[in-house]
Write a protein that binds this ligand. Sequence first.
Ligand SMILES: Cc1cc2nc3c(=O)[nH]c(=O)nc-3n(C[C@H](O)[C@H](O)[C@H](O)COP(=O)(O)OP(=O)(O)OC[C@H]3O[C@@H](n4cnc5c(N)ncnc54)[C@H](O)[C@@H]3O)c2cc1C
Ligand code: SF4
Length: 329
Amino acid sequence: MSRDMMPHFELYQPDTLENAIDLARRIGPGAWFLAGGNDSLDWFKDRHKRPTAVIDMTGIASLKGIRETEEGLEIGALTTLAEVESSAIVREKYSLLSTAAGRVASPQIRNAGTLGGNLCQDARCWYYRSGVDCYRAGGNTCYADTPQGQNREHCLFGAARCIAVSPSDCAPAVVALEGSIVIAAAGGERVVSAEEFFVGPSVDIRHMTILKPGEIVTAVRLPKKWAGAKFYFEKVTDRATWDFALVNVASAMHVEGGTIKDARIVCGAVECVPRRLKAVEQAVIGQPQNEDTALIAGRIAAQGATPVQYNGYKIPLMENLVRRAVRDS
Ligand SMILES: Cc1cc2nc3c(=O)[nH]c(=O)nc-3n(C[C@H](O)[C@H](O)[C@H](O)COP(=O)(O)OP(=O)(O)OC[C@H]3O[C@@H](n4cnc5c(N)ncnc54)[C@H](O)[C@@H]3O)c2cc1C
Ligand code: SF4
């Protein structure tokens, strides 16, 4: 089937958040919020998702920009990944996020893609993306988790019928920075921690976030607590050009006099949500930041992993990334 033309939909281009929310309320379940379109347009062109109406949010100025606040930093959801990557304040205080944003895809995608869209993007399992009727698509099987299934990109943790992973590079960084997500809807605003925002298949097999129909992410907030901490981000891909992570790691640590006082360590692409490694954090807090502590961290990083047929290589990958995060941040 030709991917040159998209099926028809109505296009709305509101210039205020209130209008976008009101449109979504009036249109109902067929409405689709559009940010940079990197994820959305693929779905539309492939005809695997067919919204009746698209609400383009790129004209809403209040959703863009990076602002210092009493509590830390607030980044509008429609701020592009390129802006996050190059922002002086993000680079100075939360370089974990600017580094992660700079490792997303290609410069063209980062110029159009937004921080909100990167966090809200859908699973990248190639079966699902090719339009099959798997569990995540509303069907009754998982094509990746079969004896013949191609599952080298899939999860080590949290499988529940679906074994897809969180594909975002920014998500583990936002969780490591103890970020929160501001969500607006017809009923008002709510703020949730980034950890609560992402959900696995045991909670909702059709969605990767807690967003309900009609809800818009308006901003990401980063607390002062982690500004200027020691950070580490590393992403391993199959190719040395744009590619999704096989595993990535994002860590934030406070180190005083060579001792780790506090730490948040998160891996992406190993579970359907960014995986916070609480056991590793507990093991390293209070310890010297050195090779011995890093070795212990690496040894326990992947405890409890349940690999499928072709993704066992992710276990040593994860162990080594976590070891380096603790040693080299
Ligand atoms: C070739 C290619 C390579 C890629 N490589 C990487 C990679 O290496 N690492 C990585 O992390 N990502 C990668 N991506 C994903 C890409 O970065 C994301 O798809 C992109 O950031 C999505 O952002 P967007 O603004 O284009 O979102 P859109 O495509 O517009 O939206 C994505 C989804 O999020 C929803 N959404 C967007 N913004 C909001 C909001 N504010 N509130 C509520 N819902 C919202 C939309 O409704 C849609 O469902 C890649 C994508 C492509 C096409
Ligand atoms: S891993 Fe999830 S998205 Fe992929 S085929 Fe299985 S159910 Fe579908």
